[in-house]
Write a protein that binds this ligand. Structure first.
Ligand SMILES: CC(C)(COP(=O)(O)OP(=O)(O)OC[C@H]1O[C@@H](n2cnc3c(N)ncnc32)[C@H](O)[C@@H]1OP(=O)(O)O)[C@@H](O)C(=O)NCCC(=O)NCCS
Length: 243
């Protein structure tokens, strides 16, 4: 994606990364993609075979996945990490396994489980995993993405009250599938913004107005939020700072 995003209300289309059975994931990724015009957005399935998967990962990826007893979830997490590393390596140069991923201190408790970063590189990124999909944004400025399957009506009704008062008022007029759709788009816009801020859900979800209606709102001067075209059954959004 490129410039003009901040004023546009059209949903942004991510590049779908595909690699055919047996091919190298790296062959699907453009080398040195241009980030000057704005964030780049990729979506990929994480349930296909990946040649040389272990060579794309760092030891911390294996350690993160180790406690996961659900083997499918574990595999998806590792492939998602390989996709992320391959994209970051394409932007930075070097091998995917050598990208130095780090975590900022948590905005809530200060422990090192806050916003993910690349140590020593002027690059920002955000990742969201849901079902078989991983969505990744890479940018020169703060960025956040979120991808979710459609919320149940019960969850939508319960969490609608924890949105910004203007969003809660909009959602209170809806029921059934309209509520599910409107709540889910509100939620992904909100989570994308809170990930871009680096607070995640430690920040009160009532605080920022990202919009519950068909068009997202800018929650603060210098920030843009856009809906992202997601696979059928999923909803996604992107938040990016002007700098
Ligand atoms: C981070 C969070 C938004 C993730 O939401 P989710 O829908 O479950 O998961 P997603 O797949 O969309 O995103 C997961 C990714 O978010 C990123 N992430 C985690 N914390 C983040 C933060 N503070 N800011 C930005 N991104 C963050 C990570 O890259 C993570 O991927 P990884 O597990 O592979 O490293 C949510 O779990 C959260 O806010 N948690 C923290 C709440 C908190 O701070 N509590 C206080 C703890 S002391």
């Amino acid at each position: 994606m490129g410039g003009g995003f901040a004023g546009s209300h059209r949903a942004v289309r991510p590049v779908e990364l595909r690699w055919s059975d047996g091919s190298d994931l790296r062959s699907a990724v453009p080398s040195q993609p241009d980030l000057t015009a704005g964030p780049l957005l990729w979506i990929s399935r994480t349930d296909g075979p990946v040649t040389g998967l272990a060579d794309l990962l760092g030891p911390e990826d294996m350690a993160d996945a180790e406690p996961m007893s659900d083997l499918l979830a574990r595999r998806r997490r590792l492939v998602g990490r390989a996709v992320l590393r391959t994209l970051l390596a394409a932007c930075l140069g070097g091998a995917p396994a050598d990208v130095r991923l780090a975590r900022e201190p948590c905005a809530h408790c200060g422990r090192p489980h806050g916003r993910p970063t690349v140590a020593g590189a002027p690059l920002e990124f955000s990742v969201s995993r849901s079902g078989p999909w991983v969505l990744v944004a890479v940018a020169r400025t703060a960025v956040g993405v979120d991808l979710e399957s459609k919320a149940s009506e019960e969850r939508a009704a319960a969490l609608a009250q924890r949105m910004h008062p203007a969003e809660a008022a909009y959602l209170s007029g809806l029921a059934g599938d309209r509520l599910r759709r409107a709540f889910t788009r509100t939620w992904v816009r909100k989570e994308a913004f809170l990930k871009a801020l680096g607070t995640g859900l430690a920040r009160d979800t009532r605080r920022d107005l990202v919009g519950a209606g068909p068009r997202p709102r800018s929650p603060q001067a210098g920030w843009a939020v856009a809906d992202v075209l997601a696979p059928r059954g999923w909803t996604a959004a992107l938040a990016v700072s002007a700098g």
